[in-house]
Write a protein that binds this ligand. Structure first.
Ligand SMILES: [Zn+2]
Length: 102
């Protein structure tokens, strides 16, 4: 029996051939962004003109999509954190004033 794996037709991240694969290099304008995010999230560098698989399965792509949403949520939530921080900062002189009054 020969070792028959089409190494360009498996997920670059999890090696599956069973789930639908998306070739990152065929995503047009968003290809660069996907390459950056795959590097940031999985620490895997996908390059143009390489013989290795440039495909990711829908599950591994989905994790990046979730991560992107989480990052947006976290960034937006910093507005709340900053607001609360401002409130605390505003109250500091008030407390100090009260302490001085006693
Ligand atoms: Zn995968």
């Amino acid at each position: 029996m020969s070792f028959r794996v089409d190494f360009r037709n498996l997920c670059r991240i999890c090696l599956t051939e069973e789930i639908d694969l998306v070739d990152i290099l065929t995503l047009g304008n968003s290809t660069e962004k996907w390459i950056q995010d795959i590097k940031a999230y999985y620490d895997v560098q996908i390059r143009f003109n390489e013989v290795k698989s440039t495909k990711l399965c829908l599950l591994c792509l989905g994790r990046i999509k979730t991560w992107r949403k989480d990052k947006v949520k976290a960034t937006n939530n910093q507005v709340v954190i900053d607001f609360l921080d401002t409130k605390v900062q505003e109250q500091l002189p008030y407390h100090r004033f009260n302490v001085n009054e006693d």
